[in-house]
Design a protein around this ligand. Structure first.
Ligand code: PEP
Ligand code: MN
Length: 250
């Protein structure tokens, strides 16, 4: 199984490098971190943009980890593609068809997150837009959907894992950070996702979650992440998976 981990957003050199070193030490294979952030309010931190991409490149150099980062607009695909190993298309853009086409043309591996209001059928068809451009390196990510429930940020739809795997040959990963919005729920739902057959996880961890500029409430402390990785090393083999560095999607 693949573990993608890192902060919600790239905030500073110290924050990214410290966090990246920790997730690498505990066994993540791929670093995450947003340089262009889709925020509900235009007055919230929007990301460091190209400066953030440069910091991600530095973190890659220091840790050896490839990274995934979000691209929000067709006009950013070339720029982000110059730096990133994998492009993330976020939930709010799952139905941005011009962006999906550009992502397909880019030939970069794409992490496609499920729209918060998207059906499974719509999600699979969004992936098809990328595949139709000849880019077959697509990973599907369940990140929770909007329901009537308000006790958590989103309702993590783990039914999606077996359903997507039956409908598509693409790898399916789960984001229990955005899927719950609560730090204390993240590890439990991460383990549930692997038990449900997910090929990997994407998890927010911050070296100082209380100071985070974005999604601190759902970001794991380093020790939470370390414990989760230890638990996954026990759990994964029970469902035919392994947590091994250097093996990406297995
Ligand atoms: C994120 O990964 O930080 C993010 C914004 O996710 P989503 O698009 O799923 O809300
Ligand atoms: Mn986030």
């Amino acid at each position: 199984m693949a573990m993608i981990a890192g902060p919600c957003a790239v905030e500073s050199k110290e924050q990214l490098l410290e966090t990246a070193k920790l997730v690498e030490t505990y066994g993540a294979q791929i670093l995450r971190g947003g340089a262009f952030k889709p925020r509900t309010s235009p007055y919230s931190f929007q990301g460091l943009e190209e400066e953030g991409l440069k910091l991600l490149q530095l973190a890659k150099l220091e840790t050896g980890m490839p990274f995934v980062t979000e691209v929000m607009d067709t006009r950013q695909v070339d720029l982000v593609g110059e730096y990133a190993d994998m492009l993330q298309i976020g939930s709010r853009n799952m139905s941005n068809f011009p962006l999906l086409k550009e992502a397909g043309i880019s030939k970069k591996p794409i992490l496609l997150k499920r729209g918060m209001n998207a059906t499974i059928e719509e999600f699979v068809m969004a992936a098809e837009y990328i595949l139709a451009q000849g880019n077959h390196q697509v990973v599907l990510c369940e990140r929770g959907i909007r329901t009537f429930e308000t006790a958590y940020r989103n309702t993590l739809d783990l039914n999606a894992v077996p359903m997507l795997k039956s409908m598509s040959h693409l790898p399916v990963i789960v984001d229990p950070s955005h899927g719950t919005g609560h730090r204390w729920m993240v590890s439990t739902m991460a383990k549930a996702a692997i038990a449900a057959g997910a090929d990997g996880l994407i998890i927010e961890m911050h070296y100082q979650p209380e100071e985070a500029l974005c999604d601190g409430d759902q970001s794991l402390f380093p020790e939470d992440f370390q414990k989760l990785m230890e638990e996954l090393r026990v759990l994964a083999p029970a469902v035919g998976r392994r947590v091994v560095k250097g093996e990406l999607i297995k």
